[in-house]
Design a protein around this ligand. Structure first.
Ligand SMILES: Nc1ncnc2c1ncn2[C@@H]1O[C@H](COP(=O)(O)OP(=O)(O)OP(=O)(O)O)[C@@H](O)[C@H]1O
Length: 203
């Protein structure tokens, strides 16, 4: 199958310093890439560039042959980015949070709750959730609306073993539908057959 995501010769700069340069990668439907490297190697920076949140200092980023910068809205709609922050409103319940995102993106909030084992917590204010429960809610949002490109920064941070297993099922289902996953991690991830992208030196 043809590659869908294609990054060529990308460079990124943070705080006036080049974090990486000459980075190329490609991903086809159903593929997963693991971004590996020491602290400061630029994994989060690369995910932000791929999400269209940070402009690359050089290089090109294309989806199905078209530069993503030419249609930022379309790239935003096809992309789900999970950063270090879970971006959860404390006064909402998980059910309300997922209901809000489902109205924007489509999908079934109850199925999303269940996908990360949150059905029993769906009515509690999010301010009362533990760190791992909040991470599970952020991961449940990925499932809404069927976006093909998932960009995940340390997705298993704070998850218990059962939640890592659930995440593995979400990732497998996404890939089976032709979705693409790029994940930065220092921990083992349930992503069988993922290709590894080694990022540079520590800072
Ligand atoms: N907002 C910023 N301003 C200036 N420099 C930054 C900024 N964000 C990141 N950097 C620098 O960019 C470099 C790459 O950071 P990045 O967060 O991409 O690394 P990482 O590989 O994800 O690291 P980690 O494994 O610790 O999460 C680091 O040297 C960091 O200090």
């Amino acid at each position: 199958m043809a590659d869908v995501l294609a990054a060529e010769d990308l460079a990124a700069r943070r705080g006036g310093r080049v974090v990486f340069a000459g980075l190329s990668l490609r991903a086809a439907p159903g593929e997963a890439l693991l971004l590996l490297g020491p602290n400061g190697a630029g994994k989060s920076t690369l995910l932000r560039v791929l999400a269209g949140l940070l402009r690359p200092a050089a290089g090109s980023l294309a989806w199905s042959g078209e530069e993503v910068a030419l249609d930022a809205a379309a790239h935003g709609a096809r992309t789900r980015y999970l950063g270090h922050q879970d971006a959860i409103k404390p006064s909402l319940t998980p059910r309300e949070d997922l209901g809000f995102w489902a109205r924007l993106r489509g999908g079934d909030p109850e199925a999303a709750l269940a996908s990360m084992g949150l059905s029993g917590l769906g009515g509690l204010p999010c301010r009362t959730l533990s760190a791992g429960q909040r991470r599970r809610l952020a991961l449940a949002r990925l499932t809404l609306g069927g976006a093909p490109l998932w960009l995940l920064d340390e997705p298993t941070l704070g998850l218990d073993t059962a939640s890592v297993v659930r995440l593995g099922a979400l990732l497998a289902a996404h890939r089976a539908r032709g979705g693409i996953v790029l994940a930065a991690t220092h921990l083992p991830l349930p992503l069988p057959g993922a290709r590894e992208v080694a990022m540079g030196r520590a800072a």
